[in-house]
Design a protein around this ligand. Sequence first.
Ligand SMILES: N[C@@H](CCC(=O)N[C@@H](CS)C(=O)NCC(=O)O)C(=O)O
Length: 201
Amino acid sequence: MSGITLYSFSLSGNGHKIRHFLSILGLQYELKLLDPHTQEHKSKEFVALNPLGQVPVLVDGDAVICDSNAILVYLAQKYDADNTWYPEDVLLRAEIQKFLSMSAGEVLNGPNLYRGIKVIGKPGDLEQTYDKTINFFVYLDKHLSDRDYLLGAKPSIADIALYTYPKLAVKAGVNVSDFPHIAKWFARIESGLSYVDAPEK
Ligand SMILES: N[C@@H](CCC(=O)N[C@@H](CS)C(=O)NCC(=O)O)C(=O)O
């Protein structure tokens, strides 16, 4: 087998992170959109790729990689020869890992769930996830107050991993004008030539 295939849903924020990074790396790929309403992601064929029955999944030749953060790390190590997006420095990698963990923790339980409840109809407590989103935005805005990107002057896979769900939470109704440093960070990322639009909803 050869070539890259990405399995996702059209509205998947985690899938968006990978489409965004594939675009930045200039990699051609086939996008296979699954239909969550018909539970295509729980089909026998798909569960053979990811036993958790979740997107995104990236297939690259014989390699199958599940989980958006794992895919970002894989793509950076395999295709970014200069290590621009995943610098080799041990402290920078630790810092990147901190943000990747946040994307699967604070961001998952805050901005991701807020948008999921409000826009996609997921079950959950909207007020509680709104509060968690604001707590995270307060942290992020302060962190970005004296740097352009999460690590400093240059973007990394940490920015790719953390951008999507806060942006989708803003599209879902969180007022970003209360967070000027986040707003500028969004604009910086979106002005990149390889930017790929986050899902509309
Ligand atoms: N840790 C995974 C989470 C993946 C995830 O939650 N994917 C969602 C779509 S964004 C999904 O497939 N949901 C369907 C399900 O869990 O059944 C990642 O970062 O990729």
